[in-house]
Design a protein around this ligand. Structure first.
Ligand SMILES: Nc1ncnc2c1ncn2[C@@H]1O[C@H](COP(=O)(O)OP(=O)(O)OP(=O)(O)O)[C@@H](O)[C@H]1O
Length: 459
């Protein structure tokens, strides 16, 4: 997003939140840039100001910004004296040259500039809704955030996209810094770690790099799967990791999958990552999604007391949008924005009008697992026989039916389907699919079975 686009958005924002709010809270902000992974940095006059804007207008701002910058996914606020003349210089979000005492506590270190990423002020424990799928991860994060003796090192959090890994890591960082302002907490993504490492190599500042990373009290590295296959970065990460563990410093890591599922990761790193506590964030369930929606509505209602939402709307969204929390939040933000633009209450009509694309995209997706289970159940064979090597007709036919349904009902490729059927070749899958196509023409029973299974799976 360019500065001019930020300027053009102002009018829309003003309309949405009213002139008074706009003048007090939005006009003083400066747009500082957006990173490749969608973090939009805004500069606010003080920390308090940034926190207030983030909590009260964060979702609205993000929704507006994403109309011109679809990759925008998170806001970061930096506190500092606003100097318009420096604005042009900031195309990318870089650390600002602002008095250190006024910077948002990216780290709480006072005496050195650490290369951390800004923390999102909305990502605290207070705003994290706990449910069955995330209770273990949340409890582990809480324990680490108490800052007592290091009991598990590292804490390794993993889970699918948008399930709250980053939120929990930021919450730990905020809490630790609050409890102990003298602590040096460094949070950054694995990509940033690599970038800093390469930069240090290029500028021949490896000693500084090593010293800096080894001097922190708590190191948090987000999305560690990124360094898989990047040999020298892995090597350096390994040494940093060991040096900190030796000093009994807490390390917190996140990834999109478990350590043993990250490909191209050196074994010694994998085993290091597994040596502490590994906890996963499970996909959300209906209750958790509803809880998150309700808590968002409560925050929004604090600012807009007249907000009206018909009964059943939140339940509908929690039921229909089951992908990830980010999509769920985005849908709600869009609803708020639409409702305030057209001055209507939030009801099912507005949901259908404003969220048609989101609802379409989140239509239930059928998985290979589900197909295999359903077909095995239907033919009364064990799942292991469906996937296993035996080629007797009793197993081979149901297997072909399942392959056929995978081809029809999922967007998976033939090689991928083959892999999920005990590592079979894609030509085997192709043969199975063709065979069922033929049999459907010739054999009424098979045709009926396949049709019934399809309907059951799509229900
Ligand atoms: N349990 C929760 N309570 C409240 N908000 C949540 C919860 N889980 C996720 N969110 C929100 O969902 C959004 C996505 O979460 P977050 O960025 O932490 O996901 P992530 O797991 O790090 O995803 P990615 O792998 O894409 O980085 C954030 O706005 C976060 O605040």
């Amino acid at each position: 997003m360019k500065k001019e686009q930020w300027g053009a958005l102002q009018e829309q924002i003003c309309k949405t939140i009213g002139q008074n709010n706009y003048k007090t809270w939005i006009q003083p902000l400066r747009f500082r840039g957006i990173t490749a992974d969608g973090i939009v940095t805004l500069q606010a006059p003080t920390n308090f100001f940034g926190t207030y804007v983030s909590q009260n207008f964060g979702d609205m701002l993000l929704a507006q910004i994403s109309t011109v910058e679809p990759s925008a996914r998170r806001l970061a606020f930096q506190a500092g004296i606003l100097d318009d003349s420096s604005e042009d210089a900031e195309e990318k979000a870089k650390p600002l040259n602002i008095p250190e005492a006024e910077q948002a506590p990216v780290t709480s270190s006072r005496d050195q500039q650490l290369p951390g990423a800004p923390l999102d002020m909305r990502f605290t424990f207070d705003t994290f809704v706990v449910g069955k799928p995330n209770e273990l991860a949340h409890a582990a994060a809480r324990r680490v955030a108490e800052g007592g003796p290091v009991t598990f090192n590292p804490l390794f959090l993993y889970g699918g996209v948008g399930l709250g890994k980053t939120h929990l890591m930021h919450a730990i960082a905020w809490e630790l810094s609050q409890r102990n302002p003298g602590l040096t907490v460094l949070y950054l993504s694995a990509e940033q770690f690599m970038y800093r490492f390469v930069q240090a190599l290029r500028e021949r500042k490896m000693m500084d790099f090593k010293e800096m990373f080894r001097s922190v009290d708590v190191l948090m590295v987000d999305d560690v799967q990124f360094i898989a296959g990047k040999d020298s970065t892995q090597e350096e990460f390994f040494h940093t990791f060991n040096a900190l563990v030796d000093q009994n410093k807490q390390i917190i890591i996140s990834a999109d999958r478990a350590p043993d599922e990250i490909k191209d990761l050196e074994n010694r790193i994998r085993s290091r990552l597994q040596s502490g506590l590994v906890v996963d964030l499970h996909p959300t369930d209906y209750e958790l999604r509803l809880g998150i929606l309700q808590s968002k509505v409560e925050v929004y209602r604090g600012m807009h007391p007249g907000l009206q939402i018909d009964d059943g709307v939140l339940e509908f969204l929690a039921h229909r949008i089951s992908t990830n929390v980010r999509v769920l939040e985005g849908a709600l933000t869009r609803l708020f924005a639409f409702a305030s633009l057209v001055g209507k209450p939030i009801n099912m009509d507005l949901v259908q009008d404003s969220l048609a694309d989101v609802l379409r995209a989140s239509e239930r997706k059928i998985s290979i697992d589900e197909i295999q289970r359903k077909v095995a159940e239907h033919y009364n064979i064990r799942l292991s026989d469906m996937i296993g090597p035996k080629r007797v007709r009793n197993f081979a036919r149901p297997r072909q039916v399942a392959m056929y349904l995978c081809k029809q009902l999922t967007s998976r490729s033939l090689p991928e389907i083959g892999r999920r059927f005990g590592g079979r070749d894609h030509t085997t899958v192709m043969h199975g699919v063709r065979r069922i196509e033929e049999l459907r023409q010739q054999d009424g029973q098979i045709d009926e079975d396949v049709e019934m299974l399809r309907r059951a799976l799509e229900a």
